[in-house]
Design a protein around this ligand. Structure first.
Ligand code: NAD
Ligand code: ZN
Length: 381
């Protein structure tokens, strides 16, 4: 089968690989119908995620038709068209039982890492992903969700990560009616977080980025204010100024670790920490939020990143909430929002390209070329 394969930092290609096989009675094999490239894939692509091994296939946002099921799979059947949440979750560990599907213990017992993710290298369990013609989906009774009749499959594929992550970013912000919310990062996740902030009653939503085309997209899509930080002397002062010098009620970090940080030797598998990560966005969020405010972090950081200016957090009495998104927990509500027209996830899609061209897709998304927001990869028919 054709599959995207990692060869080393910024080197990926589409190659022929063996078909995935059922390895456990709770596995399913899915024939992928569409997959997306995510900002989280860029951390892998740039070589910033520890233990990303040559030969790995990425792709944690995909839909597909169930091709084969293990003997203990009862929740989906062969022929079902499913959306596959990026979390691999067992559904029965202490964390899954609390709805923390992004922190499943069985799918990935490593203490410093998140739960299991499909297509995200060995740090999150070593599961190959869906930027391929076929994928093996573990714990298939928990994650894969049948796409409701009538739902556009392009909406469905964005329910695997971006939509729930934007929603959870706003939810973790604890937004109160009338609150001013500032979102750092106008990628797909930040734009969706801005859009969802209105659902929680925000009175004012502001997004900050440096890419004018993304800011323009956000203004239209999320009906928010949008500003370019490169045109400001200091984004923190800018935010203070427009909030009576109090600061925003809620700041959302939808950027994550900057590419230069936390570089690990990935080619040989030997782990070598060269440099700790850095984040301007997180510092801006902490400095721009008001005293007693909430900073909600969905931008991804490496397990060794050590970035929180604790003095500011303590002295301002800030609450920081952060997590990998528990996709499954949000699906019932978000499916309803899509069906009722409250949310329009597929409106984020700007590019649809054949899986064979996956390397071009990553280059375009990484370099922010051709006004790219969200790219969908289509496997060969
Ligand atoms: P993206 O790379 O498309 O978007 C990031 C945006 O941030 C870019 O537009 C970039 O120009 C902008 N940016 C860079 N530095 C900035 C700064 N200092 N201030 C403001 N904006 C800045 O990525 P995406 O797909 O939108 O994902 C965003 C983040 O969310 C990534 O870190 C991704 O890994 C993470 N993510 C987390 C989860 C989760 O479950 N927590 C799920 C999906 C994605
Ligand atoms: Zn993603």
């Amino acid at each position: 089968m054709l599959a995207m394969t990692y060869r080393g930092p910024k080197r990926i290609r589409a190659v022929q690989k063996p078909m995935p096989e059922i390895k456990h009675p709770e596995d399913a094999i899915v024939r992928v119908t569409r997959s997306c490239i995510c900002g989280s894939d860029l951390h892998l692509y740039n070589g910033n995620v520890p233990d990303t091994r040559v030969g790995a296939t990425f792709g944690h946002e995909f839909t597909g038709i169930v091709e084969e099921i293990g003997s203990e799979v009862t929740n989906v059947k062969v022929g079902d068209h499913v959306l596959v949440p990026f979390n691999i979750a067992c559904g029965r560990c202490v964390f899954c039982k609390q709805g923390l599907f992004g922190n499943c213990h069985e799918a990935n017992p490593q203490a410093t890492a998140a739960g299991g993710f499909i297509g995200y290298g060995h740090l999150t369990g070593g599961y190959n992903g869906g930027q391929a013609e076929y994928a093996r989906v573990p714990y298939a009774n928990v994650g894969p969700t049948v796409i409701p009749p009538g739902m556009d499959p392009e909406d469905a594929v964005l329910l695997t990560d971006v939509t729930p992550t934007g929603y959870q970013a706003a939810e973790m912000g604890g937004i109160q009616p009338g609150d001013t919310v500032v979102v750092f990062g106008a990628g797909p996740v930040g734009i969706m977080a801005a859009r969802c902030s209105w659902l929680f009653g925000a009175g004012r939503v502001i997004i900050i980025d440096k890419e004018d085309y993304r800011l323009e997209f956000a203004r239209n899509y999320a009906k928010c204010e949008a500003y370019n930080f490169q045109e400001m002397a200091d984004p923190v002062v800018f935010i203070k100024k427009i909030t009576d010098w109090l600061g925003a009620d809620v700041c959302i970090d939808a950027v994550g670790a900057e590419a230069a940080g936390n570089v690990m030797q990935t080619i040989t598998g030997r782990k070598l920490l060269l440099q700790a990560g850095s984040s301007t966005a997180l510092h801006w969020a902490i400095n721009a939020v008001r005293k007693g405010g909430i900073v909600s972090v969905v931008g991804v950081y490496g397990p060794t990143d050590n970035l929180v200016p604790m003095g500011s957090v303590l002295n301002k009495g800030i609450t920081i909430r952060a997590n990998q998104t528990a996709v499954k927990r949000h699906l019932p509500r978000l499916i309803e929002h899509v069906q009722n027209g409250v949310l329009n996830p597929k409106g984020l899609i700007t590019h649809r390209i054949p899986l064979e061209e996956v390397a071009d897709g990553y280059r375009m998304f990484s370099a922010k070329l051709d006004n790219c927001i969200k790219t969908v990869l289509i496997p060969p028919a």
